[in-house]
Structures are given as C-alpha cells and as structure tokens.
Design a protein around this ligand. Structure first.
Ligand code: ADE
Length: 235
C-alpha cells in the first residue's frame, strides 16, 4: 500500500506543530503517512507578500486572493500523479463526522486549505471542481466560527489518521468506540462507560456485571448503555 499523503496550506504553519506529537507524529516517523505543511506566504506576490484584499460587493473583513492559493495548491499537487482531494475548511461546509473520516482515510492525497479572514475567493472552489484529478470538498467541523481552518484541519487529520492500518496499536479498539457502535437500526451509537481498578473507589462501585466474567451478559449490558446514552444525547 502506498503512503497516504497529506498537505496542509496555511499562513500560520506554526499552528500545525501538534502534528509532530503523539500518534500522528509516530505515524509519520514510522512512515505510515506523510504530512507536509506549506506556508501560503511563500506563494504571495508583490513586495508586501499580500495574500488578501477587500471583498467585492463591500462588507467587513478581507478575502484571501485566488492566485496565491492556486499557486500553492498546484505546487503541492505536482508532488503526486494520482487524484487529489482538495478540502476547503469553512463553517459553510458539510459537517465532518466519523463516516467522512472513514471515507477520507481511503484516499491517496488530501490537501487541506486553511482559510482565514472572511474566507478564500470562491473561484478557487469553482476552478478546481473543473480540474481533472481534483475533487473539491467544503468541510466544517461544527456549527461555530473559528478564526481559521487550522484547528479544523488538526481535528480532521487526527480523526482520519488513527483509522489508517498500523497507526493504532490495537485496531480492535476502533470497533468499540463512539460512532463505530451500531444500534438496532444501524444508527451510530456513542460508547458505553469504562472502568478500571480498583473495583470500589470513594464509595463508587464498578457495575457488578463487569466483574461477572459472563461475556454475553457484559456485551448485552454495554450495548444497552450505548443505546441509553445515545437516546439521552439526542433528546
Ligand atoms: N473555519 C472557520 N470556522 C470553521 C469551522 N467551523 N469548520 C471548518 N473550518 C472553519
């Protein structure tokens, strides 16, 4: 299997430093994935290296200009010959979820465009929708507004990378976590509660069924807990 390639384009490359830590950092060291961070400013034009301008039609704030973005995107795209998924991070995008994480973990090259200010000139989305070898997706991590796409890229990268074979030591743990558990109608359920030693802590006891050694009973209890917690969240 060829290595999954991730590129992140941002005017704040330092924001993406956490990518060298923990499981994501290890996955890079172990050459399971390759993550490159590109500074958009390197593709800015003019003496002022400007990457934004005032919005057509008026309004507050600045809009990121198309040309530096196109140059940065094309520079990272030329590193690989296959298909590129261009991910535009925006609160106006489709809501990210676990099924999207699974889908994106199957792709060969993901390019994350971290917009700032009032976003990126929309013609970047329009243009790459029409370029062969590109799929453009606008993705949001939730219904709130961040200062830029960097934190959203970190969230999405972490959710995707832990699904790549070899990244997590015990892949069975992926099957029993929130949003991987299926309910009776095949809906996503959240995880059941977990406990570890000691069995009694400050007067709180571990549910006795978990100490019973009866695996069928334990599985039934866990699935009932998942159903109940999910129903409560959705109320
Ligand atoms: N940029 C600003 N807010 C965002 C959000 N909620 N999701 C993705 N990118 C964003």
């Amino acid at each position: 299997m060829s290595k999954l390639q991730f590129d992140v384009i941002s005017i704040f490359p330092e924001y993406l430093a956490p990518l060298s830590l923990s499981l994501v950092g290890k996955a890079q060291e172990n050459e399971l994935i390759d993550i490159a961070i590109t500074d958009l400013r390197d593709f800015a034009q003019g003496a002022h290296k400007s990457v934004d301008d005032t919005p057509y039609g008026g309004g507050a704030g600045m809009v990121m200009s198309a040309e530096p973005w196109a140059n940065a995107i094309e520079s990272v795209a030329q590193k690989s010959t296959g298909h590129h998924e261009l991910i535009m991070l925006t609160p106006a995008g489709k809501r990210f979820d676990q099924s999207m994480a699974y889908e994106l973990a199957q792709k060969e090259h993901l390019i994350f465009a971290c917009g700032r200010y009032e976003g990126i000139d929309y013609r970047i989305t329009e243009h790459y929708q029409g370029v062969e070898n590109f799929t453009v997706r606008e993705i949001s991590i939730g219904d709130y507004v961040l200062n830029g796409g960097e934190v959203a890229a970190l969230v999405i990268l972490e959710a995707i990378i832990r699904l790549i074979p070899g990244v997590i030591g015990n892949p069975a743990s992926l099957e029993e976590e929130s949003h991987s558990i299926r309910g009776e109608e095949n809906e996503n359920l959240v995880e059941y509660p977990s406990y570890t030693k000691p069995a009694s802590w400050r007067g709180h006891e571990v549910p006795p069924v978990l100490l019973s050694g009866n695996h069928a009973e334990i599985a039934r209890w866990r699935s009932a807990q998942s159903e109940a917690r999910t129903r409560q969240l959705r109320e």
